[in-house]
Design a protein around this ligand. Structure first.
Ligand code: GLA
Length: 723
């Protein structure tokens, strides 16, 4: 049993190794009591009650001394007795922005109810729904807590219903708020940019607020929808971590605020700066879902908990543990410079190289000869491809390969027939020139007509293409946030309505083509978030394919998202972005830490290189199951030193893959690669060294490595238990 009612209005949520306790106090404010390592199920924490008021404003009023005693509210309100950041702010029809929520009741549901707005949520079981009510506003807030008995995860979301007669406006509706009694934490967030997605950013919590997020209408490269509080002693193996991964793909907000009393509040949800939502009488609003993880064994256990959770409860079960195609993507090798002859020759060239899917990236439709034109015109460019996509996909099949295709359904170039026919279909401000980014605008997916058009266009393209793999790209962010069809008092809804449109489109296409593997992409690895993983079992991790940079990008991505979601391609050296030369060994071994693929021009690759590729793909197939199903144990972290090493271990501890990466080659010193996560008692055969060592030796003593021949190199060892 994972949801326990300990006493009247008091709840204990019990997951694998943790407890989360909260309940209504005697003024019926819902208050947080405890979150951490598991405690006894019958512990009644009502005694754990602070009587001092949060501020002085009401302390002098007889009988009201305790009125604002809920200094650890589960869902803090705006403008009614405290000054910290809040989860909800509602404006009534008189312009008053006060909310006051009291406990109303609860129910326990055996199955998590479906969400009606279409926001992706995790699959899940037992759910506690606690209702809070504001009698003055006639507003009901339902807090959903889904508990996973065998996981270290709780999910939380809120649902807000206007039960009154007059409309109200939500000015803020976050998904989660968590209060802590102190501020002895470091705050971990994942910052980034194009070519440097999800880099660890660690800041000591201190008086004031650390907040991240964005207003870009896209979860973005800049800040991942993720935040964690780490006790100062946290390592890969030790210390308490409280993490939150928000399943949302639009503008988001995460913060950690330390107040005047040294208490910390961590929150996450839709970015309030770019959000308002009008609720007519009887209407409801659903927030995205936040995935909370508690680890009492450092960052390593946090990552493994998230990986298991995303694999088992979010990613499409039809694909999650299925071996993935090793694709050759045309982008880095050919960009827009192709026609059917070149593509057919390219396919012939890689025949027999173990590459099993040829992906035609950008440039196959409309007047798309560069990135200035054609987006929106989803018709094959018959000058380049006179035989259509069918000729290309048929040729792939004849060569024993599958065919994959790139699309960017949400976007439009002003230089396109679609734009000329429907200039009003874009998101832009009235009476102003539209802002262009990468020469393109965003289609207004808040509109039913636009959404239906693009659904049909994409359905037709995919049906006719013969593709088994689709790469869905999204190459710009939203600035003007205005839609022609919405009334003035609903313009604050544009960004959220847009992302609901994206979810509807993604649901429609993935359900229409259940056997097609969709890979997500957004100018590289922007919009790589938990909600997108519901549609895309794998995601293009970054446009930066340099092995050295990928070590850091894949580290940050792997903090939360399973390795089987990291689409990782070997590309040509020197790298087209930064000119860095790396060995094919380094590029392959780093790409093998995710879903291996390739980016090169087959017409410029020698026979010898192709046979190396074939050999490497065969090796990858021997360790792929670990990427799909295994547990990640990190050791050295490249962000803090010259080397990175990690071991991916099968659940039964019988198989593992260890990678050791070194950036600069030092003059002196021994290179020692130590494994992690192995069974200390088992003997493991190290296939590449023809040597057998016990798990305890591999993890503690390690393997002495040969001096590396140059900079930026990586070695990989396959370990198989023999007893
Ligand atoms: C984005 C993607 C690339 C490629 C190009 C095509 O930048 O991240 O992989 O698909 O678009 O325009």
């Amino acid at each position: 049993m994972s949801i326990i009612q300990i006493a009247e209005k008091q709840f204990h949520l019990r997951g694998k190794d943790f407890s989360y306790v909260f309940g209504a106090d005697h003024f019926d404010y819902l208050s947080h009591k405890y979150y951490g390592s598991a405690i006894s199920e019958d512990a009644d924490l009502r005694y754990f009650y602070r009587s001092h008021v949060y501020n002085d404003y009401t302390a002098h009023i007889p009988g009201v001394r305790d009125r604002f005693s809920s200094i650890y509210p589960e869902y803090p309100v705006a403008n009614y007795g405290e000054f910290r950041d809040y989860a909800i702010c509602v404006e009534d029809s008189r312009g008053c922005r006060v909310t006051d929520l009291h406990y109303e009741g609860f129910e326990i549901l055996a199955q998590k109810p479906a969400i009606s707005s279409g926001i992706p949520t995790a699959r899940g079981g037992e759910t506690l729904v606690v209702s809070l009510f504001d009698a003055t506003l006639s507003l009901r807030v339902k807090l959903y807590y889904t508990v996973y008995e065998e996981e270290n995860i709780i999910t939380r979301r809120a649902e807000i219903e206007n039960c009154g007669k007059d409309p109200v406006k939500l000015l803020r509706a976050l998904s989660v708020s968590l209060d802590f009694y102190d501020h002895d934490f470091n705050v971990l967030t994942l910052r980034g940019g194009h070519h440097e997605e999800r880099h660890e950013c660690l800041t000591p919590a201190n008086y004031g607020k650390i907040s991240v997020g964005n207003c870009r209408g896209n979860s973005s490269h800049q800040h991942s929808p993720f935040i964690a509080l780490l006790r100062p002693n946290v390592t890969e193996e030790t210390g308490d971590v409280y993490a939150c991964s928000l399943m949302y793909s639009g503008s988001h907000y995460e913060c950690a605020e330390v107040d005047q009393y040294g208490k910390t509040r961590m929150m996450a949800g839709i970015q309030p700066e770019t959000f308002t939502w009008k609720l007519e009488s009887g209407e409801r609003f659903e927030t995205p879902e936040a995935i909370l993880c508690y680890s009492n064994e450092g960052l390593g256990k946090m990552s493994r908990s998230y990986h298991d959770f995303y694999r088992n409860y979010v990613i499409n079960p039809n694909f999650v543990y299925r071996p993935r195609p090793v694709v050759l993507n045309s982008w880095e090798g050919m960009h827009f410079n192709f026609d059917n002859k070149r593509l057919l020759a390219a396919i012939d060239a890689v025949k027999g190289s173990e590459i099993d899917t040829f992906v035609l990236d950008d440039g196959w439709f409309g007047a798309r000869n560069n990135d200035k034109a054609g987006l929106g015109d989803w018709f094959v460019n018959t000058e380049k491809l006179p035989g259509g996509l069918k000729e290309i996909s048929d040729h792939c099949h004849e060569a024993g390969m599958n065919f994959g295709l790139w699309i960017e359904p949400e976007m439009i170039n002003p230089d396109s027939d679609l734009y000329r026919a429907h200039p009003d279909w874009i998101i832009s401000a009235p009476d102003r020139k539209p802002v262009l980014s990468r020469n393109q605008c965003i289609l207004d997916l808040t509109r039913r007509d636009v959404l239906d058009y693009i659904k049909n266009a994409m359905h037709r393209v995919i049906s006719e293409s013969g593709a088994t793999y689709i790469k869905w790209d999204c190459n710009r962010h939203m600035t003007e946030n205005w839609s022609r069809l919405l009334p003035a008092d609903r313009q604050g809804e544009v960004q959220h309505r847009y992302i609901l449109g994206v979810y509807e489109l993604a649901t429609y296409l993935t359900e229409s083509f259940p056997e097609i593997l969709f890979e997500g992409c957004s100018g590289g690895g922007g919009r790589f978030d938990g909600a997108m993983l519901k549609f895309f079992p794998q995601y293009w991790t970054s446009d930066n394919t340099d092995a050295n940079d990928r070590v850091e990008i894949q580290y940050g991505t792997g903090l939360c998202f399973p390795l089987s979601t990291h689409s990782s391609h070997v590309s040509a050296s020197p790298n087209i972005r930064n000119g860095r030369s790396t060995s094919v060994r380094a590029r392959t071994n780093i790409a093998r830490q995710g879903v291996l693929g390739y980016e090169f021009d087959p017409l410029r690759v020698s026979e010898e290189e192709l046979s190396t590729i074939a050999e490497n793909i065969k090796k990858h197939r021997t360790t792929e199951k670990l990427i799909l199903e295994g547990d990640l144990y990190r050791r050295e972290n490249r962000l803090h030193g010259n080397v990175m090493s990690q071991t991916v271990v099968s659940k039964d501890k019988n198989h593992a893959m260890m990678v050791f990466y070194q950036a600069l080659n030092p003059h002196n010193g021994d290179l020692i690669a130590r494994a992690a996560g192995l069974d200390p008692e088992k003997h493991y055969r190290i296939e590449e060294l023809d040597m057998t060592l016990r798990g305890s030796v591999l993890c503690n003593v390690g393997i002495f490595l040969e001096r590396m021949p140059g900079d930026f190199d990586a070695v990989l060892f396959t370990l198989n238990a023999i007893d």
